[in-house]
Design a protein around this ligand. Sequence first.
Ligand SMILES: [Zn+2]
Length: 110
Amino acid sequence: MIDKKVVSLVKERAGGYCEKCGLPATDSMALHHRKLRSRGGKDTPANLLVVHHSCHNLATDSIHLNPEKAENKGWMCPGWKEPEDHVYVTPEGSFALLDNEGNIKILGKA
Ligand SMILES: [Zn+2]
């Protein structure tokens, strides 16, 4: 189980929206690990995204079905990198970094 405090930090950061597609969240959202647990990814705010289940792994354009695109968008983090150092592209198209306090730091526009 993911620590409740971590979950609330990530949900607060997401602000009621999917962190992949930018559409409003639904009652049931997935917590996606940017750096997969199998690659050593941890349950930290920088490593987690709140996403729709369709955005996670169900839709044809979902994160898990498009790993290369997902890595370019920062939805996935390679095993050799730390999620807090891997740039994440927001649904609005800004480059950003996520930290482990639940903050999102906008670096610039894509
Ligand atoms: Zn979504």
